[in-house]
Design a protein around this ligand. Structure first.
Ligand code: GLV
Ligand code: MN
Ligand code: MN
Length: 417
């Protein structure tokens, strides 16, 4: 905070809250505060159009790259790589209004606060929103930022097939966001992402700001088990080859595995499909996903190994066959300690309680950390709820997070390195 060149400056929470509400009205889920804007759908397009219109109103220089990432730059006193913030505006199908959206709209609020105060930052500032962070429609997650940093060739990303059979590149063209800005993208001077915690820690401990030090490793696998579809009434139990039973055993095992490994290990089976999914038919196939996460790469590998061993044995026991596909695999990431320190001292200097912590969710910042000094700012999530329309963060906490973002960006825009 000492290093912020305009320590008295504050963001305007009413402007930020109205933008959050206006964006959340697109894809709004009836009777809730949440929204559904899966990547590259009509709703995502409408959300993008709104945010781009706001970027234009703020006179940002806008570029769109080949994977549809959008970056708006505010000129600084000098040219050169900007201090970038940002996140994503796609949501899961049952999303809240804060996940991702906060980091992007708080970035616009930083720009608007500076414009209103007549302040020109030393280095340029940039606000980005990255395509398909959620990966819920087109896996893997953090896809746009992964391509931005050169972690996946554009052509490979454009060929990804969605859970609805759509092809990513065609959907991007259809919604008009296949841009021409070069990839990998411009390397920023530094990157900071403001995000809701999406977990219970800050609220339980009564702390306003998280200075995020690391992101846990993520492993997503899609499993397809094939058996013998048959009549539910006539097929003796001893003669069945039921892939649904294998899926059920794996779901149970995934939970037991996480409990047994303990520590930060978590496991989730979040998508399950039986085919043909009829009351009186032994299923022909079961397709399900497994999401395993751990802050420790070795332990994550152990969890993967043990899950695959169990899956193979369960399939043999039911005389079924198995195919697996890796949907996402990212190692744990440690953020730049000097940017984490800056987030922590900025929050403390503004009078907010703050603690250093890891992130359980994946974030675009973990990709940006591959190319530039990066850290994140967390604000509390009520009841630790996220990926749920009930997700909520109080205006006071949003304001605190956005003020920390503002002054962290201003300090970074002054810094030589
Ligand atoms: C994506 O953001 C995830 O953490 O699942
Ligand atoms: Mn998010
Ligand atoms: Mn999310």
């Amino acid at each position: 905070m000492d290093s912020s060149p305009h320590p008295a400056l504050r963001i305007d929470i009413s402007r930020l809250s109205s933008r959050l509400a206006e964006l959340a009205a697109i894809g709004a889920i009836d009777g809730t505060e949440g929204c559904a804007r899966l990547a590259l759908t009509e709703e995502d397009k409408a959300g993008r159009d709104l945010v781009v219109a706001w970027m234009r109103d703020l006179d940002l220089a806008i570029t769109i790259d080949g994977i549809g990432n959008v970056v708006g730059v505010m000129a600084g006193e000098i040219d050169g790589p900007p201090v970038m913030c940002g996140s994503h505006i796609d949501t899961v199908r049952t999303g809240g209004r804060y996940d991702g959206n906060l980091g992007v709209l708080a970035g616009l609020e930083v720009v608007e606060s500076l414009r209103a105060a007549g302040v020109t930052p030393h280095r340029p500032l940039a606000v980005a929103f990255f395509t398909d962070e959620e990966g819920a429609r087109f896996p893997p997650d953090m896809l746009g930022s992964l391509v931005y940093v050169g972690g996946m060739p554009l052509e490979e990303a454009l060929d990804i097939e969605g859970i609805d059979g759509a092809i990513l590149g065609s959907e991007l063209e259809r919604i008009g966001y296949a841009g021409v800005a070069p990839l990998p993208g411009l390397v920023p001077h530094a990157f900071v992402e403001l995000h809701v915690e999406q977990g219970p820690v800050l609220e339980v401990e009564g702390i306003t700001v998280g200075a995020v030090e690391s992101v846990q490793g993520i492993s997503w696998t899609e499993v397809e088990v094939t058996g013998q579809s048959n009549h539910a009434g006539t097929t003796p139990m001893s003669m069945r080859r039921d892939p649904g039973v294998v899926a059920a055993a794996c779901m149970q095992f995934a939970r037991e595995l996480a409990l047994e490994l303990g520590g930060t290990q978590v496991s989730t089976v979040g998508r399950v499909n039986l085919h043909p999914n009829l009351v009186n038919v032994v299923p022909a196939s079961a397709t399900f996903t497994v999401d395993l996460r751990n802050t420790d790469e070795q332990l994550l590998q152990e969890a993967e190994r043990r899950f695959h061993e169990f899956l193979a044995a369960a399939a043999v026991a039911e005389n079924c066959t198995v195919e697996t596909k890796t949907l996402a695999r990212f190692e744990p990431v440690v953020f730049d300690p000097s940017v984490v320190d800056l987030v922590e001292s900025t929050a403390a200097g503004l009078g907010y309680s703050v603690k250093r912590m890891p992130s359980g969710a994946g974030h675009d910042a973990q990709m940006m950390a591959r190319v530039c000094p990066t850290a994140m700012v967390f604000t509390p999530s009520r009841d630790g709820i996220s990926h749920n329309p009930a997700e909520y963060t109080s205006p006071e906490d949003l304001e605190a997070g956005a003020n920390v973002l503002l002054h962290t960006m201003l300090s970074l825009s002054q810094s030589a390195t």
